[in-house]
Design a protein around this ligand. Structure first.
Ligand SMILES: [Zn+2]
Length: 396
């Protein structure tokens, strides 16, 4: 039986250059990416029991724990480990008993994962799913509203994911955070449910997520630079339209989850990226101290890894194409106390293994940090509610 290598499924990305017995030459498909990048994901059939060697011919596309492998069509993933990697190639012995095996740069997270996660929460009155917009390719971009227990929440928090569509590890953290908020029975989570409303956009670049694009440095514009001038994309335009109304005078935090580069400095620790606004940067520092102090999960977070504006890649040159979501929150939503990107590495966080379960546990830490941070903020009297909430509650 010939070997079949295929990327026609959500998140798939590969260019197969050739197969010569057990040697396969491939490279990641950059599509409309203006720089090099490293995301890929494919599935293999017809290689049962064989050991194949996959060589990436164009540029580095294997991370610090090697590729990830899934034998259940992308539901669970494991790292093959760095031992499987040698000189831009990796070897893998396919199990005897599986038809399709998926291999990827990391642990892909698609719309189907999110739907499964939301379904797993059951019929939870504290969360509701809405449609933000329809993409250029006709896909619905969903957003979730949390915090149904109190019609007049004390605080509002907005969270976005996948401005860069390949940065899938962030979604597992988001799962952990939402599960903590919605299901944990401790006093902190209960307080959160009662006092904090959340708006969550799990896939800002939905088309890129489903089509398996890189999304980073996308031509003609990166989604994470689309918050200046006229937005090019329906999802960023919709966020800019919706959030000021939903947040009203209670939007406290804008949080944007990302994954960094492939390896090396600033790519193997979890860290907060500093904004140029000094007041916001002080709050970012305060939040990083709180997050470090509450972290109990397997992934370490150290405030010392905070990357101030003006250092390393985080400088003016990096943002000439337009504002990011956190920069837009600071510029346009002046009532927000804190706006921040968090970079979550793909495979290694300060020596700890990044994977589906450790990321979910970090999400819980992140939830507890948000709760602690919000409790330090001064609160004003009862909110008057806002027009959008009333419309949503009325089922419009
Ligand atoms: Zn990013």
């Amino acid at each position: 039986m010939p070997i079949e290598i295929d990327s026609s499924f959500p998140g798939g990305n590969i260019v197969v250059e050739g197969i010569d017995r057990d040697e396969v030459r491939v490279h990641q498909d950059l599509r409309d990416t203006s720089s090099d990048w490293f995301y890929w994901c494919f599935r293999v059939r017809g290689a049962e029991g064989r050991t194949l060697r996959f060589t990436f011919t164009k540029s580095r596309a294997l991370g610090v724990r090697g590729p990830a492998v899934s034998r259940d069509e992308g539901e669970t993933w494991n790292w093959l480990g760095s031992d499987a990697v040698n000189d831009g190639a990796f070897s893998y012995t396919f199990p005897e008993d599986k038809a399709w095996v998926r291999l990827s740069f990391a642990m892909p997270y698609q719309e189907s994962n999110w739907r499964r996660f939301m379904k797993g929460l059951g019929n939870n009155a504290a969360v509701s799913t809405h449609t933000l917009c329809t993409t250029a390719k006709g896909r619905a971009v969903e957003y979730e509203l949390l915090g149904g227990q109190n019609p007049e929440p004390r605080h509002r928090v907005a969270i976005t994911c996948r401005h860069h569509c390949c940065e899938m590890m962030a979604n597992y953290t988001l799962e952990g955070l939402l599960r903590w908020v919605l299901t944990e029975n401790d006093a902190e989570a209960q307080w959160f449910r009662e006092e904090v409303a959340m708006m969550v956009v799990p896939f800002v670049d939905k088309d890129g997520v489903e089509e398996g694009d890189q999304g980073k440095n996308r031509r003609p514009r990166d989604h994470a630079r689309d918050y200046e001038g006229k937005s090019l994309y329906a999802s960023t335009a919709a966020i800019r339209g919706l959030l000021p109304e939903w947040g009203g005078d209670r939007l406290r935090v804008g949080l944007d989850l990302h994954c960094p580069g492939i390896a090396g400095e600033h790519n193997e620790v979890i860290y907060v990226v500093g904004l140029s606004d000094q007041r916001n940067a002080r709050e970012q520092n305060r939040f990083t101290e709180i997050l470090e102090s509450v972290c109990t999960g397997p992934l370490p977070f150290h405030a010392v890894n905070f990357l101030p504006f003006g250092q390393a890649w985080n400088n003016t040159d990096n943002y000439t194409a337009g504002k990011t979501f956190p920069q837009w929150v600071v510029a346009e939503l002046s009532g927000a106390a804190l706006s921040l990107p968090i970079e979550i590495p793909y495979a290694n966080a300060g020596g700890a293994e990044v994977n589906q379960s450790s990321l979910r546990l970090f999400g819980k830490d992140l939830g507890r940090a948000l709760a602690s941070y919000l409790r330090t903020l001064p609160t004003t009297g009862a909110q008057q509610g806002n027009a959008l909430d009333r419309r949503l509650r009325a089922g419009e």
